[in-house]
Design a protein around this ligand. Structure first.
Ligand code: DGL
Length: 270
């Protein structure tokens, strides 16, 4: 097969990376995806860098063995902690979600005060801040880990009193004390809370969705490398692998993303 028409590997710690797939399907309808969700070892958000690099290399090797032409790290935590290690490890281009999100936030901020909500691992890596300050040394970044959001989203509690209470607890300080005008939704699951967060924190704060920005960045990368697919992909061309619980993955895809994935495959990595 011509290199252009090979699939793109996308991976995440679990189900959340489907928010990135959704944006790729919309923006790049010709591209075939091989998704790997590490549902047996999720969450990544509170694990050490050493562990995240080890898991990410195993998954990248699996994807390379599937003959992918590029790899997208859909997981913010793995992007923050393992991108450089993976770039050295595989021969295909690798992109993460952090840099595209940072570039977009820097474009839209007017007061140079940018909030980032993410897992503890992503916040403590400081990587969103590093990318933003490389572009704009004036920028100030305010990070806030929101560990409960992942479970709330996976429980389907999107517009729920408990979630709304946690939105205020996590985010109000960024607005009232830190005076941010831009907020990066720096975790795979948070774009699914976007409408509720926008409603609860009011107008005037621009929300940045790294999943959307990553699909744009992927498109640029494929054009730059001459790797754009020339054939339209059918939904059944995509392959979905998880390391545990195919049924739960299929249910999440259906309920939250309206994606009917009937044949997710089990693949345990060691
Ligand atoms: N996928 C992770 C991220 O975007 C969230 C879930 C986890 O902690 O593994 O950071």
């Amino acid at each position: 097969m011509e290199k252009n028409n090979l699939p793109i590997g996308v991976f995440d710690s679990g189900v959340g990376g489907l928010t990135v797939c959704r944006e790729i399907f919309r923006n790049l309808p010709n591209e075939k995806i091989i998704y790997f969700g590490d549902t047996a070892r999720v969450p990544y958000g509170n694990k050490s860098q050493e562990t995240i690099i080890r898991y990410s290399k195993q998954i990248a090797q699996f994807l390379v063995n599937q003959n992918v032409k590029a790899i997208v790290i859909a997981c913010n935590t793995a992007s923050a902690l393992a991108l450089d290690a993976l770039k050295d490890f595989v021969d295909v281009p690798v992109i993460g979600v952090v840099e595209p999100g940072a570039v977009a936030a820097n474009k839209v901020t007017r007061n140079n005060r940018i909030g980032v909500i993410a897992t503890a691992g992503t916040i403590s890596s400081g990587l969103y801040g590093r990318y933003i300050r490389e572009l704009n040394p004036e920028a100030q970044i305010f990070g806030q880990p929101c560990p409960l959001f992942v479970s709330l989203v996976e429980e389907g509690m999107i517009d729920d009193p408990v979630t709304i209470m946690m939105i205020h607890r996590y985010i109000d300080g960024l607005i009232e004390k830190d005076d941010i005008d831009t907020l990066i939704l720096g975790c795979t699951h948070y774009p699914l809370l976007r409408t509720v967060i926008a409603r609860e924190i009011g107008n005037g704060i621009t929300l940045v969705n790294p999943a959307y920005e990553t699909a744009n960045a992927l498109k640029d990368l494929l054009i730059r490398e001459g790797l754009e697919s020339t054939k339209k992909a059918d939904f059944h061309d995509h392959d979905f692998f998880v390391s545990d619980g195919t049924k739960k993955f299929q249910e999440f895809a259906k309920e939250v993303l309206e994606l009917d994935i009937e044949d997710a495959k089990l693949k345990i990595l060691e």
